[in-house]
Design a protein around this ligand. Structure first.
Ligand code: ASP
Length: 303
């Protein structure tokens, strides 16, 4: 860690492809993170404060706003946290937790780094984390729109024929067509004034997806990474992001000394333009964001 005090910095995103109308949620989340940084100076606590605010917003694909599965009823969420103090935790496919990022944080204190599904759910209950709020009309209408897309000929997931979802369907209920492809995961990266870095992410996954699908968000080095030279969070279609180990790859360029904007742009350029992808990062001196779609975001620095 740097021996010299530096200004803390926060970057927050609301998902590649999400509406910029939701940028107010990112501004609020970044303010919460900065306030947390002022009180405790802990980069990880600040990143988590930002992600909790985004999970509670209800308009973004995480926590209270997580997309419904293709059956129109199930919600499966992933989240992760990591910092340069050695804290690392992730949760995959958890169905009923109000703030999955808090569960990821708690998992970092178990003997493991990741819990999934039923085991994660039971652990959340055991430590008294609040359960999800009821499904909202907004989530239902997103699901109706997605089913309309799947019934059409334009791929709802780039590069995948819509009929593959019908052929590989694994929900208990039958597939009903029809009665937007969701990519608005949330994330935060923070540089603490003491030179520590942290990242936190949370998502309802990318829609459409089969039951049990896990994207990049809880996978170390793909959806998130923090090391002595910075922290990176990714958003977009996980099936593509994991193939590039995107967060670790971009971190590597930053650690080699590439200017932050250049490293982020190079990361985005790894993908076909029809694949939505976005990145946020902090390094020792810089903080930035880059996406090939609209991406609500906010960047703030301590004075
Ligand atoms: N990366 C997330 C996933 O694939 C989705 C997103 O970023 O919107 O699960």
């Amino acid at each position: 860690m740097s021996a010299y005090p530096q200004a803390g910095a926060v970057v927050v995103h609301g998902g590649a492809g999400a509406s910029r109308d939701h940028e107010d949620a990112c501004v609020l989340a970044a303010r919460r993170a900065l306030a947390q940084l002022e009180v405790k100076g802990d980069a990880l606590e600040a990143a988590i404060a930002a992600v909790v605010a985004l999970e509670d917003d209800g308009r973004l694909n995480a926590g209270s706003g997580a997309v419904l599965g293709l059956d129109g009823a199930t919600v499966e969420m992933d989240a992760s946290i990591m910092d340069t103090r050695g804290r690392l935790g992730a949760v995959a496919c958890v169905q009923s937790v109000k703030n999955p990022v808090l569960l990821a944080r708690a998992i970092a204190d178990t003997p493991h780094w990741m819990l999934a599904g039923e085991g994660a759910q039971r652990f959340a209950r055991a430590i008294g984390l609040p359960e999800s709020l009821p499904v909202t009309e907004r989530q239902r209408s997103q699901h109706r729109e997605l089913m309309r897309q799947l019934a059409g000929s334009v791929p709802a997931m780039p590069g995948v024929d819509n009929s593959l979802f019908a052929r590989t369907w694994n929900y208990n209920s039958p597939m009903l067509l029809p009665e937007a492809s969701a990519c608005d995961t949330v994330g935060a990266v923070v540089r603490g004034p003491d030179g520590h870095f942290a990242v936190a992410t949370s998502t309802g996954g990318s829609a459409p997806s089969l039951l049990g699908r896990v994207g990049d968000s809880p996978i170390i080095g793909s959806g998130f990474y923090a090391g002595p030279e910075g922290a990176v969070a990714a958003t977009g279609i996980g099936e593509h992001i994991v193939r590039h180990l995107l967060a670790r790859t971009v971190y590597g360029w930053i650690a080699e000394g590439a200017p932050l904007d250049q490293a982020l742009r190079r990361g985005i350029e790894l993908f076909d333009p029809d694949v939505a992808v976005g990145l946020i990062a902090v390094s020792r001196r810089e903080a930035g964001a880059c996406s090939n779609r609209d991406m609500p975001q906010s960047r703030m620095t301590q004075r």
